[in-house]
Design a protein around this ligand. Structure first.
Ligand code: DX5
Ligand code: ZN
Length: 210
């Protein structure tokens, strides 16, 4: 299974070293951008991500947990090949989807949002990004209710022969990743699970899920 590391649980004073450590065992690095308004937490922005960009060739994606993604997305396109914004932050995403040229586009859905909220946009985006915790913090418990949403989206994507991938973020470990995979997800993002123990072994387990 395609696996991304969120650096939210890492030691921020050693971020560069943490990213370098896992090298090719990862498929991408997930950057949790929080503005203290859309979510009750504040992380980092373009200067930090641009610095990290210099130390690895791994793809970066920006997960924008901000109130105004339509203003801020451009700040991230230099370093992040994929930019994910929340549907909850916009009244209609079409203008932003049209404007976001030259990057892969993802729409994130919070746990309470039904699949219908994103279905209409699936032909226009690269990633349906399913939150399995309320955004804001790492280390929360996976909400199994989102598995039905994944299965529903998988059905729609396959029936319409769309190219959109499904990625799940929040409370991911080997067990919850396997549930997501079985429900039809293509990719996962993990943070706290990958911050202790034998991380290379954990990554190998996640990657082996089929
Ligand atoms: C939560 C973030 C997640 C978070 C995941 O708002 O979007 O990416 O870092 O952390 P874990 O894997 O610990 O739930
Ligand atoms: Zn995230």
């Amino acid at each position: 299974m395609e696996t991304g590391l969120s650096i939210l649980s890492s030691d921020f004073s050693r971020m560069g070293a943490e990213i370098k450590k896992y090298g090719r065992s990862l498929d991408f690095i997930h950057m949790d951008v929080m503005d203290g308004s859309f979510v009750p937490n504040l992380t980092f922005g373009p200067p930090v991500i641009d610095s990290l960009r210099k130390i690895t060739k791994l793809p970066f994606e920006a997960h924008l947990m901000v109130v105004n993604p339509e203003k801020q997305w451009k700040w991230y396109r230099k370093s992040c090949g994929r930019i994910i914004f929340h549907i909850e932050a916009l009244r209609s995403p079409m203008a932003l989807i049209k404007e976001m040229k030259g990057v892969k586009k993802g729409i994130a859905l919070n746990p309470p949002a039904p699949a219908e909220k994103i279905e209409k946009w699936l032909p226009h985006i690269e990633t349906a990004f399913i939150m399995s915790v309320a955004p804001g913090f790492s280390g929360q418990k996976f909400d199994p209710a989102i598995l039905k949403k994944i299965a529903k989206l998988r059905k729609t994507i396959d029936a319409k022969k769309l190219k959109c991938r499904i990625c799940v973020d929040g409370g991911i470990n080997l067990e919850t990743a396997a549930l997501c995979r079985r429900a039809g997800a293509d990719a996962i993002v993990a943070s706290s699970y990958l911050s202790s123990g034998n991380i290379l072994q954990k990554l190998a387990g996640l990657k082996a899920l089929r």
